[in-house]
Write a protein that binds this ligand. Sequence first.
Ligand SMILES: [Zn+2]
Length: 57
Amino acid sequence: MKGKCPGCFFEFDIVDDVMIGEIIECPDCAIQLEVVEKNNGGIVFEVAHLEEEDWGE
Ligand SMILES: [Zn+2]
């Protein structure tokens, strides 16, 4: 599947069995991207905010 980085608009291949909520690093600008949607057209990403993450443990 294809996905496009919302930060740098670089388009890249992602494994077909990627899960919603999974974090992927953009191969171009290296920001962390969260998978928010999967459809026939590809993957939709949102920039992940890992530094603000509250793991709740
Ligand atoms: Zn990028």
